[in-house]
Design a protein around this ligand. Structure first.
Ligand SMILES: *Cc1c(COP(=O)(O)O)cnc(C)c1O
Length: 380
């Protein structure tokens, strides 16, 4: 990626930089590969809710996957039509359900029987019929970090398979719900396609059993989770959407007239974003050399929260490389971006880029230590 260094020198650090050209290339590729099979994508807004980014995605005709009332508002404001908004989450508050009902969103992805009863009740008060899908916990190990796996039976997400007969029976007696289909989301940063292959096979079995319970499945939603290359972002700027969707096409026993939906988040936006920060100090430890940045986990929490790797580059030095521990200014020892990082020799004032930060970066920023939320800047 080519960074506009002169422009960066005019902007107060730290800030997020988004390469709009790369975002558009990614969206174009995603469009091509979903259109190939008539698949539908609802972008997972929680990965990046920056209004400019959302508007670019909405402009391409994609829908939005929201996990809160605030995200529904952000999606509507950015131009996503309500009929392309789906709403997931284990803890939907009444006001959030009402917001979805008032806007006639496409679908509530229901995560429990009690939630299903509440949606039916709130829809009845408004004299409406809410479209719902059942989010099923397929008990699949995503082989990813424990804090981002969601599809094992012991975690809080979705309805366990053993409860499906009871839930489906209850559903048939709820007059203000319209059953649309089934939904899965098994985890994030999944780079082994065979994990998704397992999901396809499980979905085929579950389709049979839900149809046997007397429900017609009109939509099959496989959620998100496709990973990206954090190690070599310039070699793989656009994820391999082609093989991803081709595998679903090959394995899923799609019924005639059935729609297949996806909710990719990270794969759409991660590579177009970088966190740009300035080196405040070079600090010599007993053994280590610390590069102290003006950005910390308040701007990018993934390394501290998920032990995530982000490639770090010194944008303003071409001297020989040295090894650094790259840290932020926050008063927590977890505020470390990388432990043995090879960087072109660093000095005070250098600009560094933390790459692949377009997903779960800006959107997770906090004001801890009374810091200011980071601003965003765009390539065009
Ligand atoms: C987080 C989330 C996604 C997106 O996951 P990515 O790994 O960013 O693709 C999709 N669907 C649901 C329900 C989610 O919670």
């Amino acid at each position: 990626m080519i960074f506009p260094i002169e422009k960066f020198r005019q902007i107060e650090t730290p800030f997020y930089y988004y390469d709009i050209d790369l975002l558009r290339r990614t969206l174009k590729e995603l469009r091509t590969e979903t259109d190939r099979y008539g698949y539908h994508e609802h972008f997972a807004v929680k990965a990046n809710a920056n209004p400019r980014i959302l508007a670019e995605i909405a402009n391409c005709g994609f829908g939005a996957d929201c996990v809160s009332g605030g995200e529904i508002r952000a999606a509507l404001d950015a131009g996503f039509p309500a009929e392309k908004i789906v709403f997931a989450g284990v803890g939907k508050a009444d006001w959030e359900i009402n917001l979805g009902l008032d806007n006639n969103i496409a679908c509530f992805n229901v995560e429990s029987l009690p939630e299903m009863l509440v949606i039916n009740e709130l829809a009845a008060i408004k004299g409406k019929k809410a479209t719902i899908a059942l989010r099923i916990n397929p008990d699949i190990d995503a082989h990813t970090h424990e804090k981002i796996t969601t599809g094992k039976s012991e975690n809080k997400f979705g309805i366990n398979i053993s409860l499906l007969p009871e839930v489906c029976a209850a559903l048939k007696g709820l007059p203000n719900l319209r059953f649309s289909g089934i939904h899965f989301h098994i985890g994030s940063q999944i780079t082994d396609l065979y994990v998704f292959g397992n999901l396809c096979n499980k979905a085929n079995v579950l389709m049979d059993s839900i149809e046997a319970l007397g429900l017609e499945i009109k939509t099959l939603n496989f959620g998100g989770g496709l990973g990206i290359d954090y190690v070599n972002p310039d070699e793989h700027p656009v994820p391999d959407f082609k093989n991803f969707f081709a595998m679903f096409r090959e394995l899923v026993k799609q019924r005639a007239g059935q729609q297949v939906h996806f909710e990719l988040g990270r794969a759409v936006v991660a590579q177009c974003g970088s966190l740009i920060s300035k080196v405040l100090y070079m600090k010599q430890g007993e053994i280590k050399k610390f590069a102290v940045l003006d950005a910390g986990f308040t701007e990018l929490i993934r390394p501290a929260m998920y032990d995530a790797y982000h490639r770090i580059e010194n944008l303003t030095s071409d001297r020989a490389t040295d090894v650094y521990e790259v840290v932020g200014p926050i008063c927590e020892s977890s505020d470390v971006f990388g432990r043995e990082v090879q960087l072109n020799e660093v000095s005070r004032g250098d600009l560094v880029a933390l790459r692949s930060a377009g997903a779960y970066g800006e959107v997770m920023a906090s004001q801890y230590n009374c810091r200011t939320l980071p601003k965003a800047c765009f390539s065009e």
